[in-house]
Design a protein around this ligand. Structure first.
Ligand code: KIV
Ligand code: NA
Length: 266
């Protein structure tokens, strides 16, 4: 299959073809999603919540994410792989940001990096792009600043659309090839999508963007407990695995497993 490149994101927007993304943190899901035709895989710092067991994305480190990004990048044939830069790995300035981006590109085989922030991260994006590394931007609700934003709060409502548009233009001008809009009202996301040349990717930003992205564990019904309103669950993996465990326990208890077909002869 022909590899997805940044130019395909651009031509998708220009021709009205939607872009589909999922997160992935390991080689098994990466290979399944890739073979089934997902355009891009994000090795999100949401691995904090979905792999490492943290309550927020703040504690996750570059060293935590590198092996996961390597596993995903190594498993794909077609999909474009984006490595998320964690909290505390780019905010001090363009030098730190480029250093972090180099680590992901050299040590994982990912095709691009992602970082959070609009106007506040524009200089970092500009420097990374100038080194030949594609950057996916991320504005709207940015989980790494959830304490500053006062929790999981929708961004870009009412007058805030002015700031959202300023952030969107800032990342486009800085050279980002695409921008994620997270938890933004559908109409605000439509305005951003019309205003920009680069594609917009929705995570809870409604239907008017150029593409969609979901956290795979939410999308597959693997996550325990509450999932955000914007997620559509396409499977119920948690129930499927629970049922499998119950059946396995019952078979071990009853002696139905292992049978002769699962045992070795002398
Ligand atoms: O880490 C992540 O999964 C993300 C997406 C939700 C945008 O950044
Ligand atoms: Na993230």
């Amino acid at each position: 299959p022909k590899k997805v490149r940044t130019r395909h994101f651009q031509t998708a927007k220009e021709s009205g073809i939607k872009i589909t993304g999922l997160t992935s943190y390991d080689m098994l899901t990466a290979s399944i999603f890739d073979e089934a035709g997902i355009d891009f895989l994000l090795v999100g710092d949401s691995a904090a919540n979905n792999v490492l067991g943290y309550d927020t994305t703040l504690p996750v480190t570059i060293d935590d994410l590198i092996p996961l990004a390597r596993a995903v990048a190594g498993a794909v044939k077609r999909a474009f792989v984006v490595a998320d830069m964690p909290f505390g790995s780019y905010e001090t300035g363009p030098d730190e940001a480029l250093h972090t981006a180099f680590r992901f590109m050299k040590e994982t085989g990912a095709h691009a990096v992602k970082l959070e922030g609009g106007v506040r991260s524009a200089e970092q994006i500009r420097r990374i792009v100038s080194a030949g590394i594609p950057v996916m931007a991320h504005i709207g609700f940015t989980p790494q600043s959830e304490h500053g934003l006062g929790g999981h709060v929708i961004q870009g409502r009412g007058d805030q659309v002015t700031q959202l548009l300023a952030d969107a233009h800032a990342v486009e001008d800085a050279g980002a090839f695409a921008v994620v809009l997270e938890m933004v009202p559908a109409d605000a996301a439509r305005q951003v999508t019309q205003a920009l040349r680069i594609p917009t990717i929705s995570v809870g930003a409604g239907p008017h963007t150029d593409g969609q992205l979901l956290v795979w564990t939410d999308w597959a019904g693997f996550t325990a407990g509450r999932i955000p309103k914007f997620v559509k669950q396409y499977a119920n993996l948690r129930q499927t695995l629970t049922d499998a465990v119950l059946a396995y326990r019952a078979d071990v208890d009853s002696g139905a497993y292992p049978g002769a077909e699962h045992s070795y002869d002398d």
